[in-house]
Design a binder for this molecule. Structure first.
Ligand code: C5P
Length: 398
């Protein structure tokens, strides 16, 4: 499913060195099947020339308010008509200020004011310029005006300083546009997820855990945000970055995961248990490091609570989704889990197809049978799971 094919984007480029990243972004968009029209300001053209953008997008670049290539001479009106979005990247401090005040003294600002499509901006500037109260005031105003602000990121800056103000990288902007294009099928919904492994300590340095990477749970959290949901993610010990706008609660053990889940459950519309929760924990945790001793050593384990089953059994249970990672007989085990734990949906996969990897092959098990999805990367699968569960929720309400 290619969200970009057949869509047209207008890329506005203002005067910042990050304009070279926008050249790459225009290439990524064109390669994904999108049409790209570039609008270059006078200052922008000092960093990357029009010929570069023309070669990358296959379209002539727009630079002047007085351009007469559009029949009615109104490039500032026509260019945004029918566009999926207008993205200004890089957006300088000066550009943000002019936008916040509705100035319209060149093609790009006029286009923004007369636009007929959503507007996103990717700020790029020195950290002091970004942190300056005037810029921050303008950003608050732009957000209030419904303009999406992408980034900026923190890192090394072209001026040699370190701090916030770097424009997002081209692939990150591409991902942001991809997210922006997703249908908002979970708008107004609240979703709670668990993800990652748990770690059950034996002593201060050792413990029982598993090799779950957390990637699928994090991808799902992100997909839920993209679909418009308010998302809380209870994460076991993983080193993954928190997806944008997700409220993350870090835990280590199954008992902590259960507590965080139950605490955050009231008011949730959906619960998705993606975590590979340890089924057992050591009966006791040694206060000091266990010393080596001759001969075998027994470890006594006690069962952990099944978080998902407990949530699904409640009278006020939200729409419950579970995962079944099996090494064999996927259908049999996944169905047993769906029925046994009273789940609305089970996402099943064979361990050899997905563990730790960025891709997976999954089948969705619902009351009406098995729905296999084509193998894809976890981000794409997550979007398909979200589309499926949103449709089911809608159906069960009707
Ligand atoms: O029974 P099994 O562990 O295979 O079930 C997997 C599903 O149950 C996953 O969705 C997992 O997140 C959830 N689970 C849980 N608490 C446990 C064990 C599994 O929430 N203690």
């Amino acid at each position: 499913m290619n969200a970009f094919r057949g869509k047209r984007f207008v890329l506005g480029v203002t005067g910042g060195v990050a304009a070279y990243k926008t050249a790459e972004l225009s290439r990524l968009l064109a390669k994904a099947g999108a049409e790209v029209d570039v609008v270059l300001t006078e200052a922008g053209s000092r960093f990357v020339g029009a010929v570069t953008f023309q070669a990358l997008t296959g379209h002539p670049v727009w630079q002047s308010l007085w351009d007469d290539r559009i029949g009615n001479g109104m490039a500032h009106i026509e260019l945004s008509r029918g566009a999926a979005a207008l993205l200004v990247a890089p957006a300088t401090a000066d550009f943000l200020a002019r936008l916040a005040h509705g100035l319209a003294d060149d093609l790009l600002t006029t286009l923004c004011l007369a636009r007929d499509c959503p507007l996103l901006v990717a700020p790029a500037m020195n950290r002091q310029m970004w942190e300056n109260p005037a810029t921050q005031r303008n950003v608050v105003q732009l957000r209030a005006d419904g303009i999406s602000i992408l980034g900026p990121a923190t890192g090394e800056q072209a001026c040699g300083e370190y701090g916030i103000g770097r424009m997002l990288e081209a692939p990150e902007l591409f991902d942001e546009l991809h997210a922006f294009l997703q249908p908002k099928v979970l708008a107004g919904k609240r979703v709670l997820l668990t993800a990652g492994p748990t770690f059950e300590p034996l002593d201060p340095v050792r413990g029982l855990t598993n090799s779950s990477s957390g990637k699928m749970g994090f991808a799902l959290a992100r997909a839920c945000v993209e679909a418009g949901a308010e998302v809380t993610l209870v994460a076991g010990p993983v080193t993954l970055a928190t997806p944008h706008s997700v409220c993350r609660i870090d835990v280590r053990t199954a008992l902590q995961m259960r507590e965080a889940t139950l605490q955050n459950l009231p008011g949730q519309d959906v619960f998705i248990g993606v975590a590979a929760v340890a089924d057992y924990r050591p009966r006791s945790v040694e206060a000091h490091k266990i010393k080596k001793s001759a001969g075998p050593r027994a470890l006594e384990l006690v069962a952990n609570p099944d978080i998902l089953a407990e949530v699904a059994a409640r009278n006020d249970a939200p729409f419950c989704v579970g995962f079944a990672a099996e090494s064999q007989d996927l259908e049999k085990h996944a169905e047993a889990k769906r029925i046994g734990k009273k789940l609305d949906l089970v996402v099943g996969n064979l361990i050899q197809d997905g563990l730790g990897s960025d891709t997976n092959r999954i089948t969705l098990f619902a009351a009406d049978g098995a729905h296999p999805l084509l193998p894809a990367d976890k981000a794409e699968l997550a979007r398909q799971i979200v589309a499926f569960l949103a449709a089911r929720m809608e159906k069960s309400r009707a």
